[in-house]
Design a protein around this ligand. Structure first.
Ligand SMILES: Nc1ncnc2c1ncn2[C@@H]1O[C@H](COP(=O)(O)OP(=O)(O)OP(=O)(O)O)[C@@H](O)[C@H]1O
Ligand SMILES: [Mg+2]
Length: 376
């Protein structure tokens, strides 16, 4: 695994320290005197997803941002500096191909940001799959997928490399929920399946954080029937080598391959609402899942947007849970202000409302996902 270090003077103490850190992470360090030299370097030009380390220095900030923003962004650029102005930091991170780390804690931070580089550090086993299945539209399936992904990828004890895959191939909202540009143009592999390789996966990836990637389709007219399931499964197998967990946001319209995905999942969360009609369709979905013989310990039911009393306790919890007895049930509170606030901001509830009761409810569900899928 090569890493490219931009340094006019290789003998400089900080440059040497950085090289040692990269070597400690298993990289072979190759030097380039500046960005122009980097682009003349054949090893760099032929690398699939090269890591480029840029220590602060004259022209380094601009060079790092420019390199990270280059389309299609092949390189992952880590800029190392004491400080970085917020607007420059934003430009670097929004490129989805750059990060800034400080000198003080460079060893830990470099390990963290490169851990997310699936392409440079392949997972030692295939990803576990967690599927989120809506029993009807608008029950918060996307919200729960996103929040669980954020939680698993940022948990303090053992942060995981996570991919969120939006299988609402038409009009999915997952990318919007995290304010990233959707890049998974599945029509391109349907038209030319032979083009599916690691480099194309890089192009399809929207990076939210170094440990959380998103695969969501740009708005484009593609019918479910036009996507051969084999192509979808090959794509999932290809990305499964890069992550520890893949979270699927499944569509509410049923197509036969959804059953295959559910049966191949390590954990399944069925999402529903708490009203009487919503609970009825939820039990219908569960009856269908029972025919697929998904083991009970791998299946959870998320009853979302439950009404609460003045003390914030869920009302009618017993009635909600009665038809679901014998199953792992998670009742999540109704809190439109917090849920919609996060959606409008394109950020997660864990980020903007870490202390909200709804956030805690979702935290418990995310914890179950980690345990059921044996991710913990
Ligand atoms: N617990 C909750 N309380 C109140 N509002 C919620 C809750 N969870 C989600 N919402 C809101 O419900 C709406 C639908 O959420 P979301 O998009 O996650 O649902 P979905 O099941 O994925 O919908 P779709 O069928 O469109 O894919 C959003 O406005 C979201 O903010
Ligand atoms: Mg959705």
């Amino acid at each position: 695994m090569n890493c490219f270090l931009i340094a006019a003077d290789r003998g400089e103490a900080r440059v040497q320290a950085l090289a040692r850190l990269a070597q400690g992470l298993g990289y072979t360090v190759l030097y380039a005197a500046d960005f122009a030299a980097l682009h003349r370097n054949r090893a760099f030009m032929e690398a699939r997803r090269p890591l480029v380390l840029v220590p602060e220095g004259q022209g380094a900030t601009e060079g790092a941002i420019q390199l990270a923003r280059m389309e299609p962004s092949r390189a992952f650029v880590v800029y190392v500096a004491e400080a970085l102005a917020p607007d420059l930091y934003k430009s670097l991170v929004r490129s989805q191909s750059g990060e800034w780390i400080g000198w003080d804690n460079a060893a830990q931070e470099l390990r963290d940001v490169t851990k997310g580089l699936g392409a440079t550090e392949p997972a030692d086993r295939n990803a576990r799959i967690v599927s989120f299945l809506p029993s009807k539209g608008g029950v918060g399936n996307t919200t729960l997928t996103v929040e669980t992904g954020i939680r698993l990828s940022s948990q303090r004890k053992q942060p995981l490399r996570v991919a969120l895959l939006d299988l609402n191939l038409q009009g999915g909202t997952l990318a919007d929920a995290l304010d990233v540009e959707p890049r998974f143009d599945i029509g391109e592999i349907v038209a030319q399946p032979e083009r599916l390789d690691e480099q194309l996966v890089d192009v399809f990836t929207s990076r939210h954080t170094p440990r959380l990637d998103i695969f969501a389709c740009p708005p484009r007219h593609i019918a479910f029937g036009d996507v051969p399931p084999a192509i979808l499964f090959t794509f999932i197998d290809t990305i499964a080598r890069r992550y520890e967990a893949i979270l699927m946001d499944l569509p509410k319209v049923w197509v036969p391959w959804i059953d295959n995905i559910l049966q191949g999942s390590d954990a399944v969360v069925v999402c529903g609402g708490a009203t009487v009609p919503a609970l009825r369709v939820l039990t219908q979905s569960l009856a269908h899942l029972d025919t697929l013989e998904i083991p009970a310990e791998r299946l959870a039911v998320a009853v979302n947007a439950c009404e609460t009393d003045l003390l914030g306790r869920i009302t009618n919890q017993a009635q909600i849970e009665r038809p679901l007895s014998g199953r792992s049930v998670f009742c999540l509170r109704r809190d439109p202000a917090t849920a919609n606030g996060a959606l409008d901001a394109g950020r997660s509830l864990f980020e903007i409302a870490p202390n909200a009761r709804l956030t805690h409810d979702i935290g418990r569900l995310a914890e179950w996902c980690g345990t059921a899928a044996k991710l913990a």
